[in-house]
Design a protein around this ligand. Sequence first.
Ligand code: 13P
Ligand code: SF4
Length: 305
Amino acid sequence: MIKDIQERIARLKKEKDVCILAHCYQSHDILEVADFVGDSFGLAQKAAKAEAGTVMMCGVRFMAETCKILSPEKRVLLPNGDAGCPMAEQLDVNMLAQLKERYPDYAVVAYINTTAELKMLCDVCVTSSSAAKIIKNMDAEKILFIPDCNLGGYIAKQVPKKEIKLINGGCPAHAKMTKKDVEAAKAAHPGALFLVHPECTAEVTELADFAGSTTEIMDYARESKACSFIIGTENSIVQHLGIECPDKRFYPLSKELVCRDMKLTTIADVLHCLEGTDGEEIVLEEEIRVKAKRCIDEMLRLGNG
Ligand code: 13P
Ligand code: SF4
């Protein structure tokens, strides 16, 4: 049944010239039909280079917005319009404007998990894998980092020469994890390496053998000589790695580490979106797009340099 749907998707995406991008948190059946799978930074780079006339972003809304910001001439589709990111929506434009007034001499660095509107007010975007490099490469010494205080705190330790101000925001799924969860997982799986996403709190990240973005975690597990791992990021990564590396063992840090929004998109949504019966085309006002693009261009420039 899933194979049938995947075959119809493969046929239709060719006929309709659609490039399918999938974030690693999507389900495995979606990864199998994607032209490119990656983390936020990889997907932003692919979106900038994609040749197809239409890009379908299997992920959440801010990711589809990023594609549209970089490729206004393309149709950008989000297969399930309800898939948002609670962290991206924590701050609105007025709240950020107030913060900028309070800290006028700080450059604003936004995690890419922010809305297009918010990006208009920021100096540069970062992803979890590019943040430290980008902040080091910036001329500014004082940084206001929004919205994830856990990622921001993790990065601040790697860039000790800069003054990094944090606000109270974060990913509800990752931030829920505690030191107790780590202790319980380690007790249940002695000897397993603990790999974590820096959206988790410091008390969790500090206990890890490796911290990185979703693709960095996957690469680490693939290349490691170790044979068992506790995965401190969205649980879909446990599934993907288990399928890819059947001789290794992967355990979730907690069964609670699930992003409900990433789980909304199904393989049937991908098919229906290609058929034109469901999904949403991303439309952005040109003024928002152009202003938001500046900080993504800065991310690509400073992150590739
Ligand atoms: P990365 O893909 O950059 O690791 O980000 C994880 C995430 O939470 C995406 O929403
Ligand atoms: Fe947003 Fe967290 Fe879900 Fe990523 S995992 S999309 S940051 S809620």
